[in-house]
Write a protein that binds this ligand. Structure first.
Ligand SMILES: C[S@@+](CC[C@H](N)C(=O)[O-])C[C@H]1O[C@@H](n2cnc3c(N)ncnc32)[C@H](O)[C@@H]1O
Length: 238
């Protein structure tokens, strides 16, 4: 399953930002929103918790938090891409009406050098983004640095299913989707299908996180195993 992941040009996110949420919902028939809501529940946040969403894009994780937690939260969405954050900013207007007691913040910046003090968040989330980064190890080290002692990290990633039969069926489907996407000029969809095919396996992801100082608490499968949501704790003593 080893393979070199294609680099994700920021230009692609700039171009698709206004349609990013709609394309995800269309491809998963709304399953992407459901899985984010189910995944954030596993963070088991307390009132007043401070949450950092790293490579937050259009802040769909913020929307999931607002849907699941009726308590006061502070949410910061950080991303490199101004257009993705512009969509998030428009979403915040709706989220502020829904959860007025929450604090909603945006920050333009890189996951590899987070502009936040050490030990300043109770939880961090990274959703469909680790393999888009130039330096995933640096991004994970930064995640650990900004988490408080005992802080939780939710990592949501695309993955190939475990069963060889399902894997082969999925590969055929992905090739078909890629062919249609190429004809329709939907390069972001074509890119996503390549990312799934080049998945290096869950063990690779878990080893990366463990090396950064994260201890696995739980893993949940979503969308028939195509998505994994791992919850980690910051290792004691870090
Ligand atoms: C596939 S989108 C995922 C967005 C969002 N997390 C979600 O749940 O849909 C990947 C995002 O990662 C961002 N990104 C990629 N590399 C980054 C980096 N080094 N630092 C911050 N954001 C980054 C991109 O700009 C893009 O918004």
């Amino acid at each position: 399953m080893a393979g070199t992941r294609p680099a994700t040009p920021q230009a692609m996110f700039t171009r698709i930002a206004p349609r990013y949420d709609a394309v995800n919902s269309l491809l998963t028939l709304g399953g992407d929103k459901r899985l984010r809501r189910r995944a954030v529940r596993a963070l088991d946040l307390r009132p007043g918790a401070e949450v950092l969403d790293i490579a937050a894009g259009t802040a769909e994780i913020g929307a999931a938090l607002a849907a699941v937690y009726p308590l006061r939260l502070s949410y910061v969405a950080v991303d490199l891409n101004e257009q993705m954050l512009a969509v998030a900013a428009r979403k915040f207007a709706r989220l502020r009406r829904k959860r007025p007691s929450n604090d909603w913040q945006l920050a333009l910046g890189s996951a590899e050098s987070l502009d936040f003090p050490s030990s300043s968040f109770d939880a961090a989330v990274m959703c469909f983004a680790l393999d888009d980064m130039d330096d995933p190890a640096a991004a994970l080290a930064e995640t650990v640095r900004v988490l408080r002692a005992d802080g939780r990290f939710l990592l949501i990633e695309l993955a190939m299913p475990d069963s060889p039969l399902l894997r082969n069926l999925l590969k055929l489907r992905l090739r078909l989707i890629r062919g249609v996407a190429a004809i329709a000029g939907m390069d972001s969809v074509a890119h996503m299908t390549r990312e799934v095919e080049l998945d290096r396996g869950v063990e690779h992801t878990l080893a990366r996180c463990e090396n950064a100082g994260l201890e696995l608490e739980s893993t949940a499968r979503h969308l028939g195993g195509l998505v994994r949501a791992h919850v980690f704790r910051k290792r004691k003593g870090l």
